[in-house]
Design a protein around this ligand. Structure first.
Ligand code: SF4
Length: 178
């Protein structure tokens, strides 16, 4: 039986959803029997290739996030939003109520503890978007696993279904919104 290919990424996220994924513990070995990892912090592959399942953590806060997310959509047959930040912007989206210029000013020029007031301007830094967006506002998403982070059990349940070609069904007990 050929293995399915999985890619994962973190956009504007904290890697907490990836950590929760790792909490499936020894079932990672079970997963390794049916799946290979393409681009992912778990594989250290940087360029995504053709994949069956893409797991996306984090919202979209800058131009690089848009690029990565679009590459995931182009290359993944099934794309899954993992966690609150991917689904509704989560904690990074708390800045949406403020003007971006005010945020930069507070963070780098006038805020508490600023010692060398200067807004970073290195051309290698990705351009910030005015607002942080949930990923479904940028590309089509097939499934959503809520939670901050979703539990390892929820991620395992969804992945088990997807790797065996089924539709993931999360019971009420598996779904959380905190
Ligand atoms: Fe981190 Fe929570 Fe966002 Fe996941 S949903 S990236 S755990 S803040």
């Amino acid at each position: 039986m050929s293995k399915v290919k999985i890619a994962t990424c973190s956009l504007a996220g904290c890697f907490g959803c990836h950590m929760s994924f790792m909490d499936i513990d020894e079932r990672l070995l079970e997963l390794a029997e049916v799946a290979d990892f393409d681009r992912s912090p778990l594989s250290d592959i940087r360029q995504i290739g053709s994949c069956d399942i893409g797991l996306v953590e984090g919202g979209v806060c800058n131009a690089e996030n848009v690029e990565v997310l679009r590459a995931f959509r182009r290359n993944c047959r099934i794309l899954v939003a993992v966690g609150a930040c991917a689904i509704n912007g989560g904690i990074p989206a708390l800045r949406n109520r403020y003007d971006l210029g005010d945020c930069l000013e507070e963070a780098f020029l006038t805020g508490l503890g600023v010692t060398d007031p200067k807004v970073p301007g290195d051309p290698e830094l990705p351009l910030l978007l005015d607002k942080v967006h949930p990923i479904h506002e940028v590309v089509k998403i097939d499934y959503f696993i809520p939670g901050c982070p979703p539990s390892a059990e929820a991620i395992w349940t969804a992945l088990s279904a997807l790797t065996s070609g089924n539709i993931p069904q999360l019971s009420h007990q598996r779904i959380r919104y905190d």
